[in-house]
Design a protein around this ligand. Structure first.
Ligand code: CAA
Length: 258
């Protein structure tokens, strides 16, 4: 399918979705996020894809939801049509591993969609923030919830109430991002991680992210019990036999994703 506002590239089992509205700092409008949702639906159905990268450009991952599109919005149409639920939340529903590669601004909805990914690798130029308070509103795609879980209440309150930006180093130290690398190394680093992930057993990858995500909504005891059951369930797969036999036979595993 031809896209207007994103670029979609595949390299082996890794697909990269690049947000592509550079003049608007990749502000997330409905059309672009509709394309992201469509691309993710196609990639989820494609057995040849094992991991996805979501990225922007050097200046902006995304500077937020499109303010010009939202300015005249009203409650009832937002409630009835809820474009965030239909499109942006396709990222949180995506069942294969997805990595956010962030350079430049990741603000408002941009920070929120990065946080919907499984983890964030940032360049040293990245800037994160939830500046919605400056617009007379609050984050609306999970920012108050995911940010507080990632960085703790004190820093989430600080960021959301002041609307200030935090740099890559602060984001790494506070637990929002997994790694920070020099800007020129960002895509190589993320591609290496994505290739490694895509080479693992796909059912194991999918179950792994499901178990970690579910843990956020369970007690520790329930989470551990769920993990144990899912661990046991993986012994129904051919990939479990292959992975363990390959280790014993001192060779690389050849996973069949079943
Ligand atoms: N929506 C729409 N357009 C945006 C945008 C956004 N979120 N962010 C930037 N743009 C546009 C600007 O309007 C400008 O367009 P024009 O050239 O047509 O005027 C262009 O992108 C370049 O932006 P700036 O001239 O402002 O660039 P800058 O380098 O001076 O500043 C910035 C960069 C600090 C990121 C600044 O653009 C900015 O503050 N952007 C808004 C950030 C923001 O408030 N994000 C939250 C949005 S609300 C939200 O996301 C709600 C939610 O939770 C769902």
């Amino acid at each position: 399918m031809a896209y207007e506002l994103i670029e979609l590239d595949t390299d082996g089992r890794v697909a990269t979705i690049r947000l592509n509205r550079p003049k608007a700092l990749n502000a997330l409008n409905s059309e672009m996020m509709g394309e992201v949702a469509q691309a993710l639906a196609d990639l989820e159905a494609d057995d040849g894809i094992g991991c996805v990268i979501l990225t922007g450009n050097e200046k902006a991952f995304a500077a937020g939801a499109d303010i010009k599109e939202m300015v005249d919005g009203d409650y009832l149409s937002n409630y009835k049509h809820d474009p965030f639920e239909a499109n942006h939340c396709a990222i949180e529903r995506f069942r294969k591993p997805i990595i956010a590669a962030v350079s430049g601004y990741a603000l408002g909805g941009g920070c929120e969609i990065a946080m919907m990914c499984d983890f964030i690798i940032a360049s040293d130029t990245a800037k994160f923030g939830q500046p919605e308070i400056n617009l007379g509103v609050i984050p609306g795609i999970g920012g108050t919830q995911r940010l507080a879980r990632a960085v703790g209440k004190a820093k989430a309150m600080d960021l959301c109430l002041t609307g200030r930006m935090m740099d890559a180093s602060e984001a790494e130290h506070s637990g929002l991002v997994a790694r920070v690398v020099p800007v020129d190394d960002l895509m190589d680093t993320v591609n290496d991680a994505a290739k490694k992930i895509a080479g693992h057993s796909q059912p194991a990858n999918m179950i792994l992210k499901e178990v970690i995500e579910a843990g956020y909504e369970m007690s520790l005891r329930e989470g551990i019990r769920f993990e144990r059951r899912m661990f046991q369930s993986l012994f129904t797969t051919e990939d479990q036999k292959e992975g363990m036999n390959a280790f014993i036979e001192k060779r690389k595993p050849h996973f069949k994703n079943r």
